[in-house]
Design a protein around this ligand. Structure first.
Ligand code: THU
Length: 134
């Protein structure tokens, strides 16, 4: 699966976003080590804090299906689904991804034209981990 293919899957998932309050649509596609892909979109709620982001939707879907070994996630988003700038994962999603991310886990962002790639170490320096709970 190429990076561009994964981004296209995220663009497709974005169409399912339920975001009547912000009108901001986000899509994510999570590639697992076994080659399977789990998609996610943001699901908003009238009680705004109950909203779930696209990235967490994808991770929770995958983990609930028994997958924990992730290679890369593609994230796209934009107002009314128009992708014109990068959509970096929020802090909570970075923390959730870090729970499962191996060292070489990649985060792909797409602005409609160019692809930008990050590691979680870049996105979440000094993150809280299971090591801290011991
Ligand atoms: N959102 C995501 O789905 N992922 C992020 O990482 C950032 C924000 C969603 C949440 C909300 O539905 C909308 O974007 C505006 O914040």
């Amino acid at each position: 699966m190429s990076d561009r293919e994964l981004i296209n899957i995220a663009l497709g998932a974005m169409k399912n976003a339920y975001s009547p309050y912000s009108r901001f649509k986000v899509g994510a596609a999570l590639l697992c080590a076994d080659g399977s892909v789990y998609t996610g979109c943001n699901v908003e709620n009238a009680s705004f804090g109950a909203t779930n982001c696209a990235e967490r939707t994808a991770v929770f879907k995958a983990v609930s299906e028994g997958k924990r070994d992730f290679k890369v996630i593609a994230v796209v988003g934009g107002k009314d689904g128009s992708v014109g700038s990068y959509c970096p994962p929020c802090g909570v999603c970075r923390q959730v991804m870090s729970e499962f991310a191996r060292k070489d886990f990649r985060v792909l962002l797409f602005d409609g034209e160019n692809v930008k790639e990050h590691t979680l170490a870049e996105l979440l320096p000094l993150g809280f981990s299971g090591e801290n709970v011991k």
